[in-house]
Design a protein around this ligand. Structure first.
Ligand code: E4P
Length: 219
């Protein structure tokens, strides 16, 4: 399973990329807005300059024609831009047109296996089931990811499944255990994943024990 960062913050992204484990980024209008009054295009292009992988940027208009126009503009910003389109009837139409033009789509706000099936048939490159938001309303979000993966296994769809709306390290682990292609995670979760108190205690102990004999060793 690959890891994308779900962020529009370039400081977080630089750190994640330095660790060598982040191979893409997803943004959404909320994450872009959290970066203040910066220009959408410059935020996306800054992100593209940091990570050499897919960067999802969402359309922020309604209506097929307006979405198509904006999607083409977003895609023109950088060759790694993947256009995020909501899993609505209009979004489906837009996705199938963009797919024929060779523009990559991440069908977002996916909350049912049927929406994922339609994403694959429309030619979306990615589909993003939202785990945390289903958990929030008392449904098992990871079950949705599992159902989609199992369904896709019967056929040869090239659409990749991004486990999205990841809220904690257990979500990320569970996504890998159900076979998600990608988990897109907040930077906070990435930091939590590497942290373990026994690693920290053990490392401190090894280093202090080494001090007692370090004089006899030339390293
Ligand atoms: C994914 O592409 C979305 O940007 C994101 O995962 C949404 O997460 P949230 O439900 O925590 O806002």
């Amino acid at each position: 399973m690959r890891i994308f960062l779900d962020t529009a913050n370039t400081d977080e992204l630089r750190q994640g990329v330095k660790w060598g484990v982040v191979s893409g980024v997803t943004t959404n209008p909320t994450l872009i807005a959290q970066e203040g009054n910066k220009e959408y295009q410059s935020v996306v292009q800054d992100i593209c300059a940091i990570v050499n992988g897919p960067v999802s940027a969402e359309v922020v208009v309604e209506g097929v024609e307006a979405m198509l126009e904006q999607a083409r503009t977003l895609a023109s910003w950088h060759h790694n831009v993947v256009v995020k389109i909501p899993a609505t009837p209009e979004g489906l139409e837009v996705t199938s047109i963009l797919a024929k033009e060779g523009i990559k789509v991440n069908l977002t706000l996916c909350f049912s296996p049927n929406q994922a099936l339609l994403a694959a048939l429309a030619g979306a490159t990615y589909v993003s089931p939202f785990v945390g938001r289903l958990d929030d309303i008392g449904q098992d979000g990871m079950l949705l990811v599992k159902s989609i993966i199992e369904m896709f296994k019967y056929y040869s769809y090239s659409t990749k499944v991004i486990a999205a709306s990841i809220r904690h390290p257990m979500h990320c682990l569970a996504a890998s255990q159900v076979g998600a292609d990608i988990a897109t995670i907040p930077f906070k979760v990435l930091k939590q994943m590497i942290k373990h108190p026994l690693t920290e205690d053990g490392n401190a102990r090894f280093l202090s024990d080494w001090q007692r004999v370090s004089g006899k060793n030339n390293l």
